[in-house]
Every structure is written in structure tokens, then in C-alpha cells.
Design a protein around this ligand. Structure first.
Ligand SMILES: Nc1nc2c(c(=O)[nH]1)N[C@H]1C(S)=C(S)[C@@H](COP(=O)(O)O)O[C@H]1N2
Ligand SMILES: [Mo]
Length: 323
């Protein structure tokens, strides 16, 4: 716990409640209204955890060379922390989902690329990995709940996938979706969430050099709980944009409503760029808790990536860019 004098605008993390507390409360009431008994959700049994460690067919690809152009600016968070403190609502609306997530089957894994592209396609994850230039980048990660970490991600620049997809000139957005399978992801039985988890970027964001498709971390294939086999990293945005376990890339000219926006657009928007000066309606975003040290540190504009990305937003002043 924090032992120093707090500024008036600061709020301790236990008061910065989790992304969905508001929602659960509201839905709980709603569900009590219709006499539902399953509102507790978290009492659902964990799916079976495979006993023997499965070998990931992509294991031989790692470690991949580090690209030193991308550094985190503070020490890398220990792997034991970043692989056991997770947000992955498909497996539960709390941080301790790493065991439950082992039920996810990551092979076979097919990715669909469709919508405004020259040729729609389906491609197996290992064929995709073979086509992509893999590298390691150290990125900061800032959750909207005001905790943060620094992670060495392995993967490839999202612009490479866009190149492969060959979108038409009418495409304005790249929409990404997570798998849907209630039989492994018990969180998806909670019908009030707008499954599948959906996120999107503008084409300018998707082709920005910082936008990264993550396929591994700490020099190894991606752990399931962190979003295997394919997950997004856009480090200047809040963590909820960094969609996990992607099965579909859809190019469109219409801005979609994203998962959190659908749940609660007052608190979570499309852009979700990090800005210490723009409060979440329920807490300050001025500081963040480093997961390793537990210390609060100042939050930086665009999570420290302002030089790289601020120009993307210069003509969008009337949009709600920071929520
Ligand atoms: N499909 C899916 N992707 C998701 C989430 C989720 O619940 N489901 N949570 C998001 C949030 S809020 C954060 S902070 C990050 C957490 O990633 P980590 O568990 O690897 O730290 O994943 C993001 N991607
Ligand atoms: Mo988050």
C-alpha cells in the first residue's frame, strides 16, 4: 500500500474499481429483477486444466531478435507477474484467470481476413507466422484501471498483416475479434457481455509502426492467459484495446462499436488513448501502479509514445480521444 501523503486528485487503487464493477452491479440488479440465479458467474467451475504441458508447434521460432528501437523506459516486469495477473473476461471477470485459460485450444487456429480486401482468406496460425518477420519489442502496457507493466513482446508489425490482406481503398477501419466458445471460455456464458470481444483501429493506426501483433512474450510462445496465439499491442492506448486470441480481421468503412464501448460508452470509448489529464469518470488517470514494485508513478501522455503517435490525432479535436 501507498504510504505517503496523497494529493487531492489522487485515488488509491482499491478505489479505482475494476473495468466492469459498475456493469456487474447494474446487471446484477437487472438479473435479480428477472429472477436469474446465475448472476454470481464466478462460482462456475473451472474447465479442466490439461495435465501435461502441451508443446506449442511454434516453440522453435523463439526467441526472436530484439528490435532495440523499442525500449520500455523502466525495468521489464517479471514474467511470473505479467503471466498471472491478467484481464481476460472470457475466463472470468477477475485477475486470476491464468489456470482457467489453459482450457483454450490454440491449435488448430485459423484466422479469417475478410471485408474490404482484394481476396478474402483463411490462414492457419503457423502459416501466418511463417510469412511474418518476427522480432521482439519491449513495450509499456497501461490498463485503464491504472496499473501498468513493461513486457518484451514477440511478434510482427501489424502493417505486415495489412499488407498481406491488401485492403481496398474504401477500407477505413480494421476490426478484430476474439474466438467464441462457451465450452472453454465460461465467461462467455455471461450473456450480458457483447461477445465476441471486438476491437478496432483506423487504418492510419493499424499501419502505424508501433501497432504490433503479439505472438509470444519473454522469448517464448504466447501463454494462453495473455492471448495466445495472436494478440494486439498498441501501447499508446489503454489495455482494453489490446484484444487477445484473435480469429478475425475485418476491413470496413464503418466504425464498429467495440466491446467495452457497447457495455458502457460513458466510461470506455473507441479511441482510448492514454492521457494523464483526462479522468476516468470514477478515478484519476494521473498515476499508475507498477505491477512489480507496487509504486505509483506518473502516467505519461500517450503512455510515453506522444512523439510517435500524437500526429495521428491532430485533426480529430472534436472526438473523445482519451477515453
Ligand atoms: N479478448 C479479450 N481481450 C482482452 C481483454 C479481455 O477481457 N478479452 N482484456 C483487455 C484488458 S482490459 C487488458 S488490460 C489486457 C490485459 O492483458 P494481459 O492479461 O496480458 O496483461 O488485455 C485486453 N484484451
Ligand atoms: Mo485493462
Amino acid at each position: 500500500m501507498l504510504i505517503r501523503n496523497k494529493q487531492g486528485w489522487e485515488i488509491s487503487e482499491n478505489r479505482a474499481t475494476s473495468e466492469d464493477v459498475f456493469l456487474n452491479r447494474r446487471h446484477l440488479l437487472k438479473m435479480m429483477g428477472i429472477g436469474g440465479l446465475i448472476a454470481g458467474g464466478s462460482s462456475l467451475a473451472f474447465p479442466g486444466i490439461p495435465g501435461a504441458a502441451e508443446t506449442d508447434p511454434s516453440a522453435a521460432l523463439y526467441p526472436v531478435p530484439r528490435n532495440d528501437a523499442f525500449v520500455g523506459g523502466r525495468p521489464i516486469t517479471p514474467e511470473e507477474i505479467s503471466t498471472t495477473y491478467n484481464n481476460f473476461y472470457e475466463f472470468g471477470s477477475h485477475k486470476n484467470i491464468s489456470k482457467a485459460a489453459q482450457a483454450l485450444k490454440v491449435r488448430p487456429w485459423t484466422v479469417k481476413i475478410d471485408g474490404m480486401v482484394e481476396t478474402e482468406m483463411e490462414i492457419g496460425i503457423d502459416d501466418l507466422l511463417a510469412k511474418m518477420p518476427l522480432e521482439e519489442r519491449v513495450y509499456r502496457h497501461r490498463c485503464v484501471e491504472a496499473w501498468s507493466m513493461v513486457v518484451p513482446w514477440s511478434g510482427f508489425q501489424l502493417s505486415e498483416l495489412v499488407k498481406l490482406a491488401a485492403p481496398t481503398t474504401s477500407a477505413k477501419y480494421l476490426v478484430m475479434q476474439t474466438f467464441e466458445d462457451k465450452s472453454v471460455a465460461s465467461g462467455q456464458k455471461q450473456f450480458w457481455y457483447p461477445w465476441p470481444y471486438t476491437e478496432a483501429l483506423t487504418m492510419a493506426e493499424a499501419t502505424h509502426e508501433l501497432a504490433f501483433m503479439v505472438t509470444g512474450m519473454y522469448g517464448k510462445p504466447m501463454p494462453k492467459q495473455n492471448g495466445a496465439p495472436l494478440r494486439l499491442a498498441v501501447p499508446w492506448k489503454y489495455g482494453f484495446k489490446q484484444i487477445k486470441s484473435i480469429v478475425r480481421f475485418h476491413f470496413t468503412d464503418k466504425r464498429p462499436e467495440t466491446f467495452w464501448e457497447k457495455l458502457n460508452s460513458r466510461e470506455y470509448g473507441f479511441w482510448a488513448n492514454v492521457n494523464p489529464e483526462v479522468r476516468h469518470p470514477r478515478w484519476s488517470q494521473a498515476t499508475e501502479r507498477d505491477l512489480e514494485t507496487g509504486k505509483r508513478i506518473p502516467t505519461l501522455m500517450y503512455n510515453g509514445y506522444a512523439n510517435e503517435v500524437a500526429s495521428l490525432y491532430k485533426d480529430l479535436g472534436n472526438e473523445r480521444l482519451f477515453m
